[in-house]
Structures are given as C-alpha cells and as structure tokens.
Write a protein that binds this ligand. Structure first.
Ligand code: SF4
Length: 284
C-alpha cells in the first residue's frame, strides 16, 4: 500500500528527516498496514511536519504534546496503529514528562524522535540533546549543561522497547521501525537525524565516525537490560540498533478489564438530543 501523498516536504535539502519519513512509509507497508489504519501524530518543530507528509490519518499537534494526543487516539480506537513523532526538543525538553509517563504506561504505540541536537525550526538554538560546549546563537560561549541521554532515561523509566537509528542507514532504520510497530507495548526509537543547516558539529560524517552498530557487536543480547545500560554508558549513547526489548511485559491495554469489548470510538455514547436538553436544563 502507498503511504506517499502529494505534499512536497519543505525540509532543507539533505535534512535527515527525509529518511525518517521514507522509513516510516516503508516500514508501515512492510508490516501490512494500510493508510486507513495508521495515524501519525506529531509535535512542533521541523520534524513535526511529518504528519502532513504521510498518507494516513494525521494530526500536527502542539509543542511537546504529541504523546498525550497519540495515547488518546490509541485508547479511543485500538484498531489504529499509532505513531507519535517529533524532535528532540519536543520530546526531551517541553514534552519530557509526557515521554517518561508514556514509557512507563506501555501503551501499544510507537514514538519516533528525530534527534538533530538543535532547535532547527527556530533557527538554531541549543536543545536538550546538544552537548556541553556546543555553540549556538543562544549559547555563544558554549552550552553549560550536559546533554540528556534519552536511551538511558528510557531504560530507567521501564521502557519495553528501546532502539536508536541513523538517517543515513535507511535499511536499519526501516527494520527498527518495523520491529517497533510489531512490539506489543510502547516502543521508543530515537533517530540521529542531522540538521544540515544549523548543526555543523553533529554532521553525517561525524555520526559515521562515532556510531557503533549493535549488530556488529558479537554476543550483544538486547533482552539484557544491564548489558544495554553498560553498552550505552561505554559509548556515550552513540549506538544504533535494537538496544533493549522486553517482549513479555503486557501492554497497558491488556491490563484493562473490558478493554477488548469495543473501541471507545465505535461505542454508542447515547449523546442524543434529549441528553443535551437535559444538560441545558441542569446547568441553566
Ligand atoms: Fe532539517 Fe535543520 Fe532544515 Fe529544519 S533547519 S528542515 S532540521 S535541516
């Protein structure tokens, strides 16, 4: 099925977000989805535009709030496969609280973060993923705070699926998204997605020199949380692949009595005219 539409992305040529879009479209087709049963909910930032570039249900929401909306969509209609997406500023600054609670809630959906380590849409300020010393117009002498490590944070928050990809490796990224979509619970996929316009430090070449592919690490066991944490600490978070998965944990939905009966969006809530008249009488 075709997840392409006629909207031409207005990302800068070379932006890593193009590959994330392609990977979502390919992975969705590969796992057998159709545009009618996929919803892509995005936040604000250059990456937030992605919901308009994929032929599916979509909602371009507000800054840092893609996850509450996406969780609501999934809880309202479990028949939809739900992807939330946004940038590192969206998910790890203003939306960080939502990210941690969505992780521990383990609702069956996928969150894809386009991590360019800068605020691109507002023309290049330090983000929570910028490294200490990183110079931008908002930090002309270099960032003072160290960067957040989202993968370590996810592990300590109880995540059941933690993966990291790189825009330049479309094959691996597509495979990770497929695995995330097939995971029964909340999957977090952080993607190194270079901002070619404003981040002149964390470039494609920089990532190629510094990233370690877990698939090339002999004996790496993604079901072992301790190994996952050690691997992240050893490489300062600069790894790609499936970092950790616990396929046994039940999802949030599976723990709700009666959830299976009928999706909320398909239930008759009896909101008839009489009901509104009753409300009017009650409150006037
Ligand atoms: Fe991509 Fe950066 Fe351009 Fe935004 S400013 S579209 S993140 S390259």
């Amino acid at each position: 099925k075709d997840f392409r539409n006629n909207v031409k992305p207005n990302w800068c040529p070379g932006c890593g977000d193009f590959s994330v879009q392609a990977a979502i479209q390919r992975a969705s087709a590969n796992v057998g989805l159709t545009p009618e049963n996929l919803a892509v909910i995005s936040g604000i930032g250059c990456s937030g535009r992605i919901s308009g570039y994929i032929n599916s249900y979509g909602f371009h929401s507000i800054h840092g709030r893609a996850l509450p909306l996406a969780q609501g969509v999934k809880m309202g209609n479990r028949d939809l496969t739900v992807i939330a997406s946004g940038g590192d500023g969206d998910g790890f600054a203003i939306g960080l609280g939502h990210t941690i609670h969505a992780i521990r809630r383990n609702i069956d959906m996928t969150y894809i973060v386009m991590d360019n380590q800068i605020y691109g849409l507002t023309k290049g300020q330090t983000s929570p993923r910028s490294s200490a010393g990183f110079k931008t117009k908002s930090t002309p002498k270099g960032a003072i705070e160290p960067s957040i490590n989202p993968m370590e944070m996810a592990l300590t928050s109880g995540a059941t699926f933690v993966a990291q990809g790189f825009s330049s490796d479309l094959k691996e990224l597509t495979s990770l998204i497929e695995q995330g979509l097939n995971h029964k619970g909340f999957s977090l996929i952080n993607v190194f997605s270079p901002c070619v316009t404003y981040n002149k430090v964390n470039t494609y070449d920089w990532f190629k020199e510094n990233l370690v592919k877990l698939s090339s690490v002999e004996g790496y066991d993604h079901s072992n949380k301790e190994s996952a944490m050690q691997m992240l600490m050893q490489h300062d978070g600069l790894v790609t692949g499936l970092i950790y998965q616990d396929a046994e944990q039940p999802s949030y939905q599976e723990l709700i009595d009666g959830y299976d009966e009928k999706p909320l969006s398909k239930q008759n809530l009896n909101l008839e005219e009489d009901y509104f008249n009753h409300l009017v009488k009650e409150f006037m």
